[in-house]
Design a protein around this ligand. Structure first.
Ligand SMILES: Cc1ncc(C[n+]2csc(CCOP(=O)(O)OP(=O)(O)O)c2C)c(N)n1
Length: 582
């Protein structure tokens, strides 16, 4: 890519702030990474080298510097620029990012492919201090260190996940952040190791060996060095010159280098610096005041209802405990954490560990609420099956963001939970539509159920429609969970009975004896979905199924996405009327 004059970090930040104030998005992380990305642009060739960003939520400046500035105002909007990184959008994007802690594995695989093919591009991965605590990141480091794979890992350390980074690794990072002496001792050798001159290189190797001996005596242990990486840092992540100098120094190093960069989340926008959690993933806001645009919907969200009910149940049931994988605020656990801090666990970006940890809690007599978003729970399928459902442990999965989530797009839609959960023996599955549904489901799951229960609910406001079983005729509409209001419109258009099925497994809803057709509507994929369960349960009834198609759904408002995939009342009515000739 020919180097055109790069906008200054200040002007990149201004564009990001203005755009996100309208489109919503991951503001604080993206502001914090601007200087790193500018320095990378200076030192590496974005059209030849491969730059990876873990999660990709911090990479807006990268989008701006890789040919997407003209379209940047469409960020996260239907048909616009993707919420995270997406190779279909730009050849500069290596993979479909969005989920945490996978970047180092992908970088490692890419490095092996490069080396097998004898290619020469450089690989750089930017990963946050929370994402690097994820199990998968450590699995990758395990290999990168052993194989001495040539790559640069930039640890973008702002001390924050969405809330504060959880765990011992985070504490460890804050300790080495404070002892910069280590780098100085090593700087010269690192440069010479990358030299073109073989004599200089071999002298440097000898020096490094001596230094390693010295390090054992004089310097504190360094986890990354012990794993076989060369550690470099900490570097001030907002000093562009220092970053460029550092990257120039280490870019040709023949093995894996971890460059520890200290940044500030929200850098350059005081409201985001003051409240980085609020501005991690934010809706629209007023730039001047930093005021978030209030939600116009007066109905509570499923998350709020869950939050209130969980707190109530915790007050009466001392065995109730709750846990989350780095999503305490998003899953509504903040109030419970405040009231019962010792019974609420933030386990970091560690979905697999969280589910197995819940199994341990249940074996020990506790009733854990496992509060994880549908799309992230995908990671923990094996633990759900083997550690929880096989032994029939009393664990309650509180699966938030089930169904379409809107602007965060395909990596975040909770499209698959019903498909991956329905086949698991011993697991009960409930999909509440209304506030009362959710409150009762949670109370049942905590106080009366004996084995594992999964309650799945959507992002956004609870449904308000009521069942209507008074209508005559031979059609019923069974909309699941957050599709209930949509189903009410369809039932009205057809003059059909409207049922709130609530239970997915076991299926509890029973059609009237006169019913010949059931229209199911769901916000998950149709394969192994709710409609399929209904069709299997009632082989003599015609079941017309509406849900997510067999392709990844993109991003935009939920209304736009439903329109696009035919999950709107007009489309469903048309289809049903055409099939039934009514
Ligand atoms: C598997 C998975 N779990 C949870 C999330 C939600 N999530 C997105 S960003 C983030 C925090 C990332 O923190 P860090 O890596 O330190 O980067 P920063 O935002 O601080 O720059 C979390 C928990 C996710 N994207 N993927």
């Amino acid at each position: 890519m020919s180097k055109v004059k790069r906008p200054s970090p200040h002007s990149l930040r201004k564009t990001i702030i203005e755009t996100v104030s309208r489109s919503g998005g991951h503001l604080a992380s993206s502001l914090g990474a601007v200087d790193i990305i500018c320095a990378l642009d200076e030192v590496f060739d974005f059209s030849h080298d491969r730059i990876l960003f873990d999660v990709g939520h911090q990479a807006y400046a990268y989008k701006l510097l890789t040919g997407r500035a003209a379209r940047f105002s469409s960020l996260r909007q239907f048909g616009g620029l993707a919420p995270f990184l997406d190779p279909d959008e730009s050849p500069a994007d290596v993979y479909h990012s969005g989920h945490a802690s996978d970047s180092l594995s992908i970088a490692s695989g890419l490095a092996s492919a490069r080396d097998l093919a004898g290619q020469d591009f450089k690989i750089v991965t930017v990963i946050g201090d929370a994402a690097i605590t994820g199990g998968m990141a450590f699995e990758a480091l395990n290999q990168i260190g052993q194989r001495a794979q040539r790559m640069l890992i930039i640890l973008n350390d702002n001390g924050m996940s969405i809330s504060e980074t959880a765990g011992a690794v985070a504490q460890y990072l804050s300790r080495i952040r404070l002892s910069p002496s280590y780098t100085k001792a090593k700087q010269g050798w690192t440069e010479r190791l990358s030299s073109d001159n073989p004599v200089e290189r071999s002298m440097a190797k000898a020096g490094m060996r001596a230094k390693n001996k010295l390090k054992e005596l004089a310097l504190p242990e360094n986890l990354f060095e012990d794993l076989g990486l060369t550690y470099y840092g900490p570097v001030d992540g907002h000093n562009l010159k220092a970053l460029i100098n550092t990257f120039n120094r280490i870019k040709d190093y023949p093995g894996p280098v971890l460059c520890h960069v200290r940044t500030r989340k929200g850098k350059g926008y005081p409201p985001a610096e003051a409240n980085p959690s609020l501005f991690h993933g934010v809706g629209s806001f007023d730039v001047e005041s930093g005021q978030i645009t209030p939600d116009s919907d007066s109905r509570p969200t499923y998350t709020q209802v869950f939050s209130g009910e969980a707190l109530k149940l915790a007050a009466t049931n001392p065995d109730l405990v709750a846990l989350t994988a780095a999503m305490q605020d998003g899953t509504g656990l903040d109030p419970l954490q405040k009231s019962f801090p010792e019974r609420c666990f933030d386990l970091g970006i560690a979905e697999e560990h969280s589910v197995a940890f819940a199994a341990g809690l249940a074996i020990g007599g506790k009733i854990p609420l496992v509060c994880i978003y549908s799309a992230f729970l995908q990671r923990a399928l094996d633990q759900i099956i083997t550690d929880v459902c096989l032994p029939k442990l009393h664990v309650v999965f509180c699966i938030d963001r089930a169904g379409l989530v809107g602007h965060d797009g395909p990596t975040h839609h909770g499209a698959f939970d019903l498909a991956y959960l329905q086949g698991i023996p011993n697991l009960q599955i409930i999909a509440p539509a209304t506030q009362i549904d959710l409150e009762e489901a949670l109370a049942y799951a905590v106080d009366r159920a004996e084995g594992p229960v999964a309650i799945r609910y959507a992002r956004g406001a609870v449904c308000q429609a009521f069942e209507d079983l008074t209508r005559q005729g031979d059609i019923e509409v069974w909309p699941l969970g957050a599709c209930f209001d949509l189903g009410a419109e369809v039932a009205q258009g057809l003059g059909a009975r409207l049922r709130d099925p609530l239970w997915v497994k076991p299926l509890e809803a029973r059609p009237d004896a006169s019913t010949k057709t059931i229209v199911t509507i769901e916000d998950g994929v149709l394969q192994n979905g709710f409609g399929e369960a209904v069709a299997l349960a009632y082989p003599d009834i015609r079941v017309l199924r509406f849900g997510l198609p067999d392709r990844f759904v993109s991003f935009g408002s939920i209304t736009e996405l439903r329109e696009q995939i035919g999950l709107s009342s007009i489309h469903i009515l048309q289809q049903v009327k055409a099939i039934l000739q009514v």
